[in-house]
Ligand binder design. Structure first.
Ligand code: PLP
Length: 468
């Protein structure tokens, strides 16, 4: 067998990796940069002659270092980007080393069992039905897609239609019900599935972006036939939670009227509230619904990319995603073929990093992590409100805070945008913006295990100096 100088490749990657990780407390979190500047360093024509792999890796590490946005920094509060849990990082290095195609048990039995164990631990931690099915996917987008594919199968099957065989042409109409402030990945997933994101019926949200259950009842009263309802655990702006028990009651009534019904929960951000004793009350009733999507790369701090699709009805999940071919040696007994539970065929064993993180944190560690992120979000809200320069616009119930910077001239939108640009250029911390209820606001998402009180206070100080 031909061999490479693996030691030198590993050193070429891990020496700069260690320097990068050690620099996180002090390095700028972000620097606005022109793509041309980066292209000038890494671009150019495809080389005619090759280079030694170790040189390529060492060169890449050096070339890109100034342009890496420090998502793993304790002062990165943009989007809902999680940090880097050390156990996930170590496990990912191994997954890259093993280079397993984790589609089938027969091809990669070790990682298949580890992923299966991780799936069981996750259902236990989130207190979801122990016999629910689990698919490991790239993120919330594909988890919602997978769950809605199962939903589409289930409600159409009950209506006597085989959607996998015959598609949607000639199928009974599927009523889709969402709320006005659903995440953009929901209509996108509906679009992938031929269910038309734009034609979904919108139920009004309340002042915290939660679905209005009375309005849901009214919408359902007028619908007949297969129905898929999408709700949310952790809104991307406010961090709020839909009223799950009332939604489950409304769905039961709809079902009792003879309508095949499925309720999906987009829990990319907030399904983790199920694992936190202090936040569990926000997610009561959610276990009565039909499917749940969640991101491990957000609050759990598993390496990118890692999302999970969970379904109460394994038969529907498998009917929507399962794959057969004469050359595929399928698992028997209780072994798991991942290809039957996610849209990919060949795939990375991304559940291994989840396994390592859950094993390292344990049940109490996940509880502490979620609680701490939410406490730090509260600290941001308190400090900024106390400054008199900013107003907290949402009820801070989870890890998300919405801030409006208050301008003396009354143009709060313009000041808010200026503060966001200033802090991004400053590099002490990273925050992004959003438009919510017609206002420009600054989003704070506390999603990194590494964030501590000092990080919050440093970030607040830098923000106040940006606000002038
Ligand atoms: C509520 C919600 N759903 C879905 C997503 C999409 O998740 P992903 O980026 O992992 O696909 C996000 C991303 O922030 C989100 O906040």
């Amino acid at each position: 067998m031909r061999q490479s100088d693996w030691e030198s490749i590993i050193r070429a990657a891990t020496d700069p990796a260690a320097r990068y990780l050690e620099s996180l407390p002090d390095r700028p979190v972000y620097r606005p940069v022109d793509a041309e500047e980066i292209r000038g360093i890494v671009g150019g024509p495809l080389p005619e002659e090759g280079s030694p792999p170790g040189d390529v890796v060492a060169g890449l590490a050096g070339d890109l270092d100034p342009f890496i946005a420090a998502h793993a920094s304790g002062r990165y509060f943009g989007f809902v980007n999680g940090g880097l849990h050390p156990a996930a990082y170590g496990a990912e290095l191994l997954v890259s080393t093993w280079d397993q195609n984790a589609a089938l048990y027969a091809a990669a039995p070790g990682v298949a069992v580890v992923e299966d164990v991780a799936a069981g631990w996750l259902l236990d931690l989130l207190d979801l039905p122990p016999d629910a099915s689990v698919g490991f996917v790239t993120g919330g987008q594909m988890a919602t897609f997978t769950c809605l594919a199962a939903a589409r199968h289930h409600v159409l099957d009950e209506a006597g239609w085989d959607v996998e065989a015959y598609g949607l042409q000639g199928a009974p109409v599927v009523n889709i019900v969402v709320k006005t402030e659903r995440h953009s990945t929901v209509p996108r997933a509906l679009g992938y599935l031929g269910l038309g994101g734009a034609t979904a019926i919108e139920v009004p949200s309340d002042g915290q972006s939660r679905m209005d259950p009375g309005a849901l009842d009214k919408v359902l009263a007028d619908l007949i036939g297969p129905t898929v309802i999408c709700v949310e655990s952790g809104n991307v702006n406010t961090g709020s939670f839909d009223p799950f028990s009332a939604v489950a009651d409304a769905a039961d009534r709809h079902r009792d009227r003879g309508n095949p019904t499925w309720v999906h929960v987009d829990g990319a951000v907030g399904l983790w509230a199920r694992a936190s004793a202090d936040h569990r009350h926000l997610v009561e009733g959610l276990e009565r619904l039909d499917s749940w999507s969640v991101d491990a790369h957000k609050l759990l701090n598993v390496t990118y990319d890692s999302g999970i699709a969970i379904c109460r009805h394994p038969d529907a999940h498998r009917a929507a995603m399962g794959v057969q071919a004469s050359y595929l040696a399928k698992a028997d007994g209780d072994a798991r073929d991942s290809a039957d539970w996610n849209p990919e065929f060949s795939r990375r064993a991304r559940g291994v990093a989840l396994y390592a993180t859950l094993r390292s944190l344990g049940r109490s560690g996940v509880d502490d992590l979620v609680a701490r992120l939410c406490l730090l979000a509260g600290r941001f809200a308190d400090r900024l409100e106390a400054s008199g320069r900013a107003e907290v616009m949402n009820d801070v119930v989870f890890n998300q805070v919405l801030i409006r910077w208050l301008a003396d001239d009354g143009d709060h939108d313009a000041l808010t945008d200026r503060v966001i640009s200033c802090i991004q250029a400053d590099g002490t911390a990273y925050f992004g913006g959003t438009t919510w209820n017609g206002m420009r606001l600054m989003r704070i998402s506390v999603s990194d295990w590494a964030t501590d009180e000092e990080d919050v206070d440093r970030a607040v100080e830098a923000l106040l100096s940006c606000a002038g």
